[in-house]
Design a protein around this ligand. Structure first.
Ligand code: GLU
Ligand code: ZN
Length: 491
């Protein structure tokens, strides 16, 4: 399939609602394919459905693309030789093509009403026949047309499918064949003159000289229609060549059902808000239908681009596995250098995520603790619970932690620990020695001795390495918190 034609792919979402992970996977595969081949990524906005599209969703799409780190070579905000790239601004183009298709007999006016179509569909079903459009208006006599129009009937424009079998080689699925009875004539322009996806999508692919159409399996049934339309467009001089098609496998969610756009687990915003790194999320999403190698599933995005090949895309449905997504994200967090990690966490350390006053945030303390946190967090939003003890006036109150750590004798242990901490050098080793000694005096191993200290100081039974944490918190605040816990224990 080596070809001298430069690769031109497209990502062409409709701005309806929040972007979802299926859409991101499609964008990623197109982007990686373009970058791998030194080709062009065309970003096109399919906003011909005024009832469903919104400006807000459009802005969100652009913002999401930038957050994910995708760049495009032609499209919104940068323009290009086929501008405009918003379909709502290309209506005259579609009208012109629809007119040419009608004139050449590749399309015709269909006057059937919704009720008539339904009636004939039900009858065909009952007779066990194909239930798609039956071609009734393929031939309408001038008298009949006049009668329909006198009745005030509206008409849609329908594309006339050739009566032939359509075969193409899907880049993911291999050879596929569609027989004419399974692909009936279909609408391309609404009665009100609005062009439909069925027209505008292939027309723009043709005009924008797209070489490879990579999209979800849900669109597979439109491919034979589009190939037929392409043939007509080539005849009319509108298109040059039929592109190659590749359909990416379904993404399955809970209970082995297709992950739907409306599934909360599918929302890109959810992953952003939890603090997935774009590279962690993309690494995971790339594995939905593709594999990097048999024994490695954590890699950088440049590594992915270098290796990305459609030959490794699998046709089988891929299962969305949140645990795996989190684990891969955690690996990417470990891979950041210290400064990048500290910077990535910054939004969570400030309002609205943080539960401490903005002025309580202390950059030096944060930079000191950050390396310990970097090995622990799965998503960036985990950071607040790990470091809040540094920025809150008093540690969080967590009943369960308190009950678990504060046992009979904890007050005596804390009193001893307090005395030793008051006298210790203030570094992690000396702090540890003080807690070890306090434990020994009470016949407690380190694990048991440090639990009440940890809860007194951080409020929680689990957290970052304790002695380093106390060192960073400082002696004064540590002792004040131990005193407060003692007061509470003996109250
Ligand atoms: N706007 C269409 C969608 O978002 C594009 C489908 C395609 O890639 O052909 O579903
Ligand atoms: Zn009709």
């Amino acid at each position: 399939m080596a070809s001298a034609t430069p690769v031109r792919v497209r990502f062409c979402p409709s701005p309806t609602g929040n972007p979802h992970v299926g859409l991101v996977r499609t964008a990623l595969f197109n982007w990686a394919f373009a970058r791998h081949h030194g080709g062009t990524l065309v970003f096109r906005i399919e906003d011909t459905d005024a009832a469903r599209d919104s400006e807000e969703s459009y802005e969100q799409l652009l913002d999401s693309m930038r957050w994910l780190g995708f760049d495009w070579d032609e499209g919104p905000e940068i323009g290009g030789p086929h501008a405009p790239y918003r379909q709502s601004q290309r209506m005259d183009v579609y009208q012109d093509v629809a007119r040419k298709l009608l004139e050449a007999g590749h399309a015709y006016h269909c006057y059937c009403t919704a009720a008539e179509l339904e009636e004939r569909r039900d009858a065909a079903r009952a007779a066990g026949k194909p239930s798609g459009y039956d071609g009734k208006c393929r031939v309408v006599s001038p008298e009949q047309r006049a009668a329909y129009e006198a009745e005030g009937r509206a008409s849609i424009v329908r594309f006339r499918m050739p009566d032939e079998t359509i075969t193409f080689t899907d880049l993911v699925r291999g050879e596929l064949t569609f027989t004419p009875e399974n692909v009936p004539d279909y609408g391309i322009v609404r009665a009100n003159g609005a062009p439909l996806y069925t027209l505008v999508n292939p027309v723009d692919d043709a005009l924008m000289e797209i070489t490879h159409v990579l999209r979800g399996e849900d669109l597979l049934s439109s491919t034979p229609r589009q190939i037929a339309l392409y043939k007509a467009l080539i005849e009319l001089g509108v298109a040059k060549e039929i592109p190659a098609f590749g359909h990416l496998p379904y993404v399955m969610g809970e209970g082995n059902k297709k992950l739907s756009k409306r599934d909360p687990q599918a929302s890109l915003n959810l992953y952003r808000e939890r603090g997935f790194l774009p590279e962690g999320l993309l690494n995971y999403l790339s594995l939905l239908g593709w594999s990097f190698s048999a024994d490695q599933d954590v890699f950088t995005i440049p590594e992915m681009v270098a290796k990305f090949d459609l030959a490794d895309v699998n046709a089988n449905p891929a299962r969305f596995d949140l645990k795996k997504a989190e684990s891969i994200n955690a690996d990417h967090i470990r891979l950041l250098d210290a400064k990048a990690f500290a910077d990535a966490c910054a939004p969570w350390l400030r309002a609205p995520h943080a539960n401490w006053a903005p002025e309580a945030f202390d950059q030096a303390a944060w930079e000191a603790i950050a390396p310990y946190a970097q090995t622990r967090v799965t998503v960036l939003s985990d950071i607040t619970a790990n470091v809040d003890f540094l920025f809150l006036d008093e540690p969080v109150e967590d009943e369960a932690s308190w009950a678990k750590a504060m046992k009979e004798g904890s007050d005596a242990l804390l009193r001893t620990a307090r005395a030793k901490l008051a006298a210790a050098d203030w570094n992690a080793d000396a702090i540890k020695a003080a807690v070890v000694e306090a434990g020994e005096e009470h016949g407690l191993k380190l694990g048991k001795a440090q639990a009440p200290v940890r809860v007194a100081v951080t409020g929680r039974t689990v957290g970052l390495p304790l002695f380093e944490s106390l060192e960073i918190l400082g002696r004064e605040r540590t002792l004040a918190r131990v005193d407060a816990a003692l007061a509470k224990l003996t109250a």
